[in-house]
Design a protein around this ligand. Structure first.
Ligand SMILES: *[C@@H]1O[C@H](CO)[C@@H](O)[C@H](O)[C@H]1NC(C)=O
Length: 433
């Protein structure tokens, strides 16, 4: 590895020599934006962040955040440079540790990183040495399941860095990186509205658009939402689906994916951890929305129905566990351990009847999956990590990293103690043991 470091630093120096004007330009841009923003935004205080969090000092800045699954069913992690405080106020070693701590919850799942470059200034720029360390320490386990890295608002600085790292980065890894000049370009890859994009980044994007007006192709206007098709299944409420399906309580998408997975997926290793081809997912969603039948055998990929099930939950206009429950669920960690199952039961009892029934149906299945964990390696805890954010999210913005602990714990308890938690209410059509 020594030669690599050496090579890197030589290369770095060379790049500076070769591209002084670009660097200066970059610095100029930085200066300009520093002047533009004399008022530093107040540090983002995360109300859910507990002072006892092992990385409280770094986490409180909100540099790293989570968003729900992207269009291929992968976890999304955002990194916002503009939230990095001046270097002397942030321990970059800790930041790196925190990043790994976050990723550790996800390394076994496919995931995506969205990197907002705007706001990286000379004041808060980490050193090149830090970047080297970061790259080195991101060993295979982190790189393998990273499926896409979106770099938003890249500048010359990034392009220079890219040239430095290029020889180190495998061709395969290089292909995962996509540069996006405008925020709107993100829309085709993920659920834009559920991303936690800093205000500064949004403003910067607007400024860029203003500046490049005329040179830019006209902004593709997002078509106003069309009224849903009568056969629509994704993005409409449980009630809507029920009313269009002769009062059937369990949405057809759930019924079909669950029964398919029960037949063919229970013993598949890493079920629900993998993503699927974005095109296939779109195609299947379209078929469902048009009321056509879907035969999962045609796709030869067990992860397709798995991603479809997650996507269905994720695209509900209101989470299955409802917005009202969000704060109750967050509180689960402050309940004494021995009382938590009872508390879960109480919270679940408060759900609207329809949500309760659908949830019971889903958790019954997930419980079944967890029973096969010797084969599929999906314990209640790993399933909770996958499903937590697809079952509940806040009505505004995205769940913060610190919210993840209670959200996942709650989900894990539901799966683990399924029989106990759901025994008091039987649901219509249920086959009793
Ligand atoms: C930064 O964090 C590292 C690791 O947690 C620690 O060893 C180091 O002393 C810290 N540096 C400062 C300046 O606090």
């Amino acid at each position: 590895m020594y030669w690599m470091q050496n090579f890197l630093s030589v290369h770095w120096q060379l790049s500076i020599l070769l591209a002084p004007s670009e660097l200066q330009k970059d610095e100029a841009e930085d200066m300009q934006s520093e002047q533009e923003e004399t008022i530093m935004p107040p540090p983002l205080e995360d109300p859910e962040l507990n002072i006892n969090h092992p990385y409280y000092d770094v986490a409180r800045h909100g540099i790293i955040q989570l968003a729900g699954d992207d269009n291929s069913g992968r976890k999304v992690i955002t990194f916002s440079c503009c939230r990095m405080p001046p270097s002397h106020q942030l321990n970059h070693t800790r930041l790196l540790e925190y990043l790994k701590y976050t990723l550790d919850q996800y390394v076994e799942n496919d995931y995506t990183i969205v990197y907002f470059h705007y706001g990286l200034k000379s004041l808060n720029k980490p050193s090149l040495k830090w970047l080297q360390t970061a790259y080195k320490e991101f060993d295979r386990k982190y790189k393998k399941n990273l499926k896409a890295l979106y770099v938003v608002h890249p500048t010359n600085f990034i392009k220079i860095l890219w040239n430095i790292f290029k020889p180190l980065i495998s061709h395969k890894f290089g292909k995962k990186i996509t540069y996006l000049n405008y925020l709107s370009d993100l829309r085709e890859h993920l659920k834009y509205d559920q991303l936690n994009i800093p205000q500064e980044v949004i403003r910067h994007d607007e400024n860029l658009r203003q500046k490049h007006k005329g040179k830019l192709p006209p902004v593709v206007k997002i078509p106003p939402p069309r009224p849903p098709l009568p056969t629509q299944q994704f993005g409409v409420s449980l009630k809507y689906i029920k009313d269009k399906n002769k009062g059937e309580l369990i949405p057809p998408v759930m019924k079909e994916t669950v029964s398919y997975l029960k037949r063919k997926g229970l013993q598949v290793e890493g079920l629900f951890r993998r993503s699927a081809s974005i095109q296939t997912i779109k195609d299947v969603q379209k078929l469902y929305n048009q009321g056509k039948s879907v035969n999962f055998d045609d796709y030869h990929d067990i992860h397709v129905p798995a991603v479809i099930l997650k996507t269905f939950l994720r695209e509900l206009p209101q989470p299955l566990l409802t917005f009202e429950c969000y704060d109750h669920v967050l509180g689960i960690t402050s309940v004494e351990s021995s009382l938590r199952v009872t508390r879960c039961k109480q919270i679940i009892q408060g759900l609207p009847e329809h949500n309760y029934i659908v949830l019971k149906y889903l958790i019954c299945f997930l419980h079944m999956v967890s029973q096969e964990s010797i084969y599929n390696r999906m314990t209640a805890s790993s399933l909770a990590c996958v499903f937590g954010l697809n079952l509940i999210w806040p009505s505004k913005g995205t769940a913060s990293l610190s919210a993840l602990v209670p959200l996942n714990l709650f989900t894990e308890l539901l799966i683990d103690f399924y029989t106990n938690i759901f025994n008091s209410r039987t649901v219509p059509g249920e086959i009793l043991p």
